[in-house]
Design a protein around this ligand. Structure first.
Ligand code: ASN
Length: 301
């Protein structure tokens, strides 16, 4: 098959996936918001020793410093407070990763995630919702003609997915458990409890444990989604930010919102390109983008 035809096939799958997400979140009663791309505060993406983000992109505009969205997590908390509703966004993210991330085959410095947040929800609610999405995707993908054109069978997701604690995965596979655990799996699985950003809630009854989760694709494709229950209490947020030694000037605007009180919520985001890569069994994630945004690669236009 000509390279262009394959690309059309992959982009048709992407189009089907986006459509499936729009229908799914609509049917589940979510309000779809349009994305913001600039803000005073954005996701710190860490501190995380495994993170390779060089810097958060900033622009000066009329004397103000605005940051390009690493993710819309902080805006999601504000949106849930303002609206009191389930919300989701097809959100473009910029993450300026080190060039060596090209070899992971799953990193892009510009990508889109389906990012959602649910007021008064717990992690079990999010996990059940995500499993409903993948189940519905089966039917949708069976109907997609693009798979016939690509000469592959659509993957059949079998829910419920297995659930593991990260410390168990570490015991079995070591600190870098994600790749080997993904290689060994036949279906996506949940990995619970990650020590990460201040906005993911710590289990108060079990300090050092976190009420968050990742979904990991099987067959070596790695992380699909990440999310968590949120730290909604102003004092706890301040405490966690202090623990993370974040430079507070970036978060002044966010903290003003937090001071007014957030609703407890839980949510997550899954990368559209990662899902398309998994479905189309593409070797490198750059192969599912028409305009490749791969760390360490020059861009054509
Ligand atoms: N979307 C993720 C979440 O909801 C945050 C992220 O992309 N870093 O937790």
């Amino acid at each position: 098959m000509a390279e262009d035809e394959r690309l059309v096939g992959k982009l048709t799958v992407a189009s089907d996936v986006i459509n499936a997400a729009v229908d799914f979140f609509h049917d589940e009663g979510f309000i779809q918001l349009l994305p913001v791309m600039l803000g005073k505060s954005t996701d710190p993406l860490g501190p995380d020793p495994g993170s390779s983000v060089i810097k958060t992109a900033e622009i000066e505009y009329l004397g103000a410093k605005l940051r390009l969205m690493n993710s819309m997590i902080l805006h999601k908390q504000v949106a849930v407070r303002k609206l009191g509703k389930k919300i989701w966004i097809l959100s473009p993210n910029i993450r300026l990763e080190k060039g060596e991330r090209k070899t992971t085959k799953k990193h892009l410095f510009e990508f889109t995630q389906a990012d959602f947040e649910i007021p008064n929800a717990k992690k079990e609610d999010v996990m059940a919702l995500v499993e409903r999405f993948y189940k519905k995707l089966n039917k949708r993908m069976r109907k997609s003609e693009a798979f016939t054109a690509l000469g592959i069978e659509p993957f059949k997701f079998k829910t419920p997915f297995k659930v593991y604690e990260t410390h168990k995965l570490e015991e079995k596979y070591g600190a870098d458990w994600e790749a080997p655990a993904s290689e060994a799996a036949k279906q996506p699985f949940w990995a619970l409890c990650h020590k990460r950003e201040f906005y993911d809630k710590e289990d108060v009854s079990n300090p050092g444990h976190y009420l968050n989760y990742d979904l990991v694709y099987p067959l070596g494709f790695g992380e699909a989604l990440s999310g968590g229950e949120r730290e909604s209490d102003y004092k706890r947020i301040l405490e966690r930010m202090g623990r993370d030694k974040l430079s507070m000037d970036i978060y002044t605007a966010y903290l003003k919102e937090a001071e007014q009180g957030f609703l407890p919520s839980a949510g997550a985001g899954f990368g559209i390109e990662r899902l398309v890569r998994f479905l189309t069994k593409e070797e490198h994630i750059g192969g599912v983008q028409l305009f490749r945004r791969v760390p360490g690669e020059d861009i054509t236009i």
